[in-house]
Design a protein around this ligand. Sequence first.
Ligand code: SF4
Length: 327
Amino acid sequence: MERKKVYLLFSGGLDSIIAAKLLKDLGFEVIGVHITSPFFQKNLEDLKNLAKELGINLEFIEAGDDYLEMLKNPVYGYGKNINPCIDCKAYMLRKIKELAKGNIIATGEVLGQRPMSQHLDAFRKIEKLSGLKGKVLRPLSAKLLPQTVYEEEGIVKKEELLDLKGRSRKRYPEILEKLKINLENLPTPAGGCLLTEPIYAKKVKDLMAHDELTWENVKLLKIGRHFRIGDCKLIIGRNREENRFLRKHKKEEDCVLWTPSIPGPTALLRCKKTPESSFLKIAAEIVARYSDAKDRPSVEVAVEKNDKLIDRLTVKPNFNTEEFSIR
Ligand code: SF4
């Protein structure tokens, strides 16, 4: 089979830029594949512009429910926070494999650059888990790695690839110059992986512990202050934009709490069943604490469901929120 197409895992970071340009200059048709999810958000327009500048095609694949299933129980565990890097890479490569249909699959990984997922043993595990043993080309470190099937078949020549190792970026200026990559002219999509952030990781763990890990709930993790009250989750908007977002994303069974007689936040109370009155009271007390009337002895909090007022509670602002706070 004449394999001239390369499906490259494309994050938009420097290493994937170098891999794309290197392979393109060697005469391959490069198709960058970017996996999207609320966990690793990049500006898609920036990515499209970057691909255009590099002269490569770009495909997007949205991580599905199978990503969440993997996240709950990764074969090779988590990194420092809730980042299942080896399983995550294998997931991404499995998705690319479906698209690549036997063409070359490549990544911009550098040997020894990251502690969990970029050492030889991790590369082997990723390939085994994705069913791509010997079929992942890593052009940035290829000279230091075992032969891939592409090198064995003579489709790719090892000597034309690189021998980068470790975290140092000392050799990058020389490589960029050789490949005629001018970073100043390229859009650089910002954004890292939220699963590596400690506070975010706690919120994901909380969803897992309560069997609530769905994309719908994940989308709310970046919004507001988060509290756990029994089997209820309370999210309090921190500004007008977040207040609006929470209202817009409420579900039929959610309660919306707000302070009708004084400026204050909008809050979403999401429970598995109708919230116990004691949970509702605690939620109202926390909402009162973030209102403009927090210094008053009591604050009125309205409770809505399906856009209908269902309760009005007069509560004392609760400043002792530590036991409920998820952070
Ligand atoms: S840092 Fe995040 S996106 Fe990257 S491999 Fe790890 S879990 Fe996946």
